[in-house]
Design a protein around this ligand. Sequence first.
Ligand SMILES: *Cc1c(COP(=O)(O)O)cnc(C)c1O
Length: 397
Amino acid sequence: MPLSNGRPHMALPGPSMMPDRVLQAMHRPAPDIYSPELHQMVAGIVPDLAYVGQTDGQLAMYICNGHGAWEAALSNTVAPGEAVLAPTTGAFGHGWAEMAQGLGAEVEIIDHGRTAPIDPERVRAALLADKGQRIKAVLAVHVDTSSSVRSDIAALRAVLDETGHPALLMVDCIASLGCDEFRMDAWGADVMVTGSQKGLMVPPGLGFVFFNARAAEVRRAMPRVSRYWDWGPRADPAMFYQYFGGTAPTHHLYGLRAALDMIRDEGIEAVWARHARLAQAIWAAGEAWAAYGPFRLNVPDRAHRSHAVTAAQLGAPLGDRLREWCREEAGLVLGVGLRVGDPDDPTGSGYFRFGHMGHVNAHGILGLIGTVEAGLTALDIPHGAGAVEAAVKVVTE
Ligand SMILES: *Cc1c(COP(=O)(O)O)cnc(C)c1O
């Protein structure tokens, strides 16, 4: 008998669950886009987003998803024919590199596979080999959502500084911002991109590009920048119409205001700590399941796992069957695996992901773990014992 009616738990790694407070903030009639209240609200959003990213840099907001934020960051900094270096740890790293290719950049990829973080020494070697210093930017994904690998951004800054290479360090924090600890200024990122629908708990549709003075300098030296992506006119919220390159995304902004209030109330360090502890509960369960049978967590080393998303596998076709059972029988929606291309599993049906970003707490994560345990049991998939107990231990420590 299906037991899935009731409020579903969305464990997708984006879009993530929206707090009722965000939904309620959006449920209102169309505002006057020339009203001072709205302009004031947006002026207040800017420093609060900067707080989440731990930066004193500038911010440009776009009506777009994460892919748009990728294109915005590249459009302001890399001209056709210029070179970028893309150390990849999963599908999104390759996606950003392809975006650069599409804009006419020459792209050098350092493929790190899908289970290990960016190796700063490989980046160092590529920078040292770039005798003419043609590389304009290093494109690093902080957490690659497809693999759930987290890389060390400060270590990349160190390598750029030690080699004296002038390339900009551009970081994709679309999955990690507001989940995994990230400090844009202290860690030395020049550009950071993110989106509204993951750790920020707002519907998809807002893209953000943060940039420091060095990146602004690079923008000023560009021969031209496409008008919509140009971050120049987006620096002053008082110029409200220009600020959004046209009509403002009013309802997303109300939702974002509510989400930022929640993050502010909790405090960003507490937000990071909550995600860390809940991720550890999932890992403890996953390691228990993996002790017997086909279950595997994708990233072997805990130090390189994200606190926002966890990729796992059961082998084809059990990953899809588990997802289906959880959704149809229990009201838990897991993320699909993004591992198409594995020669042993060409459709990726053995892979799946747990999203644990944003509006997540212990009861939700313990529910997820208990439901996966039930799914493994119902489907007769052999698995190690003690997963729920292991997670309870982490939560009560
Ligand atoms: C979700 C995500 C993207 C893509 O964002 P869209 O909003 O789907 O365009 C890019 N990079 C990372 C790391 C992501 O998690």
